[in-house]
Design a binder for this molecule. Structure first.
Ligand code: NAP
Length: 230
C-alpha cells in the first residue's frame, strides 16, 4: 500500500488477521492513519496497533459517511468470513464513495488426510447430525447456542471469551471461559479433559481457530463442520 501522509486506511476488523494487518501497516506506514473498526461484540478486545473505533456505522450510508468524514483513502475488509452484512456494506460503501476496497477475508479450511469431517450446510443440520449421548465441544458464537437446546440427550461444552449475560439455554452443559488454544496440544487437553466425542464448529478458515481441527484429527474425533452457506 502506498505511504503518503494523507493516507487513511480503515480496516473492518474483529479478527486476528485484522489485528496482524493493523500492526503491519502501522509499522510500515508510520505517516498514515490506520483505523481498525470493531463491531463491539467483545467486551475487552485485545489491544490493537493504530486507532480503534467501535460500534456499527448505521448501515451502508453510515459507513459511507464515516469514510467521507474521515477522508478514508482505502477500505480493507478483514472481517470474519461469516460476517456477511458488514462485507456487503463495505462493497456498497466503497462504490458510493469511490474509495478502493481491499478484500482480505479468509479461505475455508480444506480437508486433510486423517480429518473425520461431517460437512453440513446449516447449524440445524449440525444439531441433527449429533448422535445420542454425544459429548460435544460447541465452538460457536453465543447467538447460535440456543438452537441446540432441544438436544437434551447431549452434553455440551461451550467455550466463550466473555461470560454470558444470561444463563446458556442448554439443558446439560459445561462452560469454559477463555480464548481458543493456539496449538493442537492445548486444544487436545480440553478435548480429553471433557471426554469430547464430537466438535461442532463453522468452517471459518484461517489459522486462529484451526488448532481444534488439528487436535480432533490427532485424537480421531469427528468434526461436524458447517459450511459458509449457513
Ligand atoms: P455482520 O452480521 O456482518 O454485521 C452486522 C452488523 O454489525 C453490521 O451491519 C454492522 O453494523 C456491524 N458490524 C459488523 N462488523 C463490524 C465492524 N468490524 N465494525 C463496525 N461495525 C461492524 O457481522 P457479525 O457476524 O455480527 O460479526 C461482527 C464482528 O465480529 C465482525 O467485525 C467480525 O469480523 C467479527 N467476528 C465475527 C465472527 C462470526 O462468526 N460472524 C467470528 C469472529 C469475529 P452497521 O450496519 O450498523 O454498520
Amino acid at each position: 500500500m502506498p505511504d503518503r501522509t494523507s493516507e487513511t486506511i480503515l480496516i473492518l476488523g474483529g479478527t486476528r488477521e485484522a489485528a496482524d494487518l493493523a500492526r503491519e501497516l502501522v509499522a510500515k506506514h508510520p505517516q498514515a492513519r490506520i483505523i481498525t473498526s470493531l463491531a463491539g461484540r467483545t467486551r475487552e478486545p485485545a489491544p490493537l496497533a493504530g486507532e480503534v473505533r467501535t460500534g456499527g456505522f448505521g448501515g451502508v450510508e453510515g459507513l459511507a459517511d464515516y469514510i467521507r468524514a474521515n477522508g478514508v483513502t482505502r477500505l480493507v475488509d478483514a472481517t470474519h468470513p461469516f460476517a456477511r452484512r458488514i462485507s456487503a456494506n463495505a462493497v456498497e460503501a466503497a462504490r458510493l464513495t469511490g474509495v478502493a476496497l481491499d478484500i482480505r477475508t479468509r479461505e475455508p479450511w480444506a480437508k486433510q488426510p486423517g480429518d473425520d469431517w461431517i460437512e453440513v450446510d446449516t447449524l440445524e443440520a449440525a444439531r441433527d447430525a449429533l448422535p445420542p449421548r454425544a459429548r460435544v465441544l460447541l465452538a460457536l458464537g453465543s447467538q447460535h447456542i440456543g438452537l441446540f437446546s432441544s438436544r437434551e440427550d447431549v452434553h455440551f461444552v461451550v467455550r466463550m471469551i466473555d461470560p454470558p449475560e444470561t444463563p446458556l439455554d442448554l439443558p446439560d452443559h459445561a462452560l469454559v471461559l477463555g480464548r481458543p488454544g493456539d496449538t493442537a496440544a492445548v486444544e487436545s487437553m480440553l478435548l480429553i479433559a471433557h471426554s469430547i466425542t464430537h466438535i461442532v464448529c463453522r468452517n471459518s478458515g484461517g489459522p486462529a481457530a484451526y488448532a481444534k481441527i488439528e487436535a480432533a484429527r490427532q485424537l480421531g474425533i469427528p468434526v461436524i463442520l458447517v459450511g459458509r452457506s449457513d
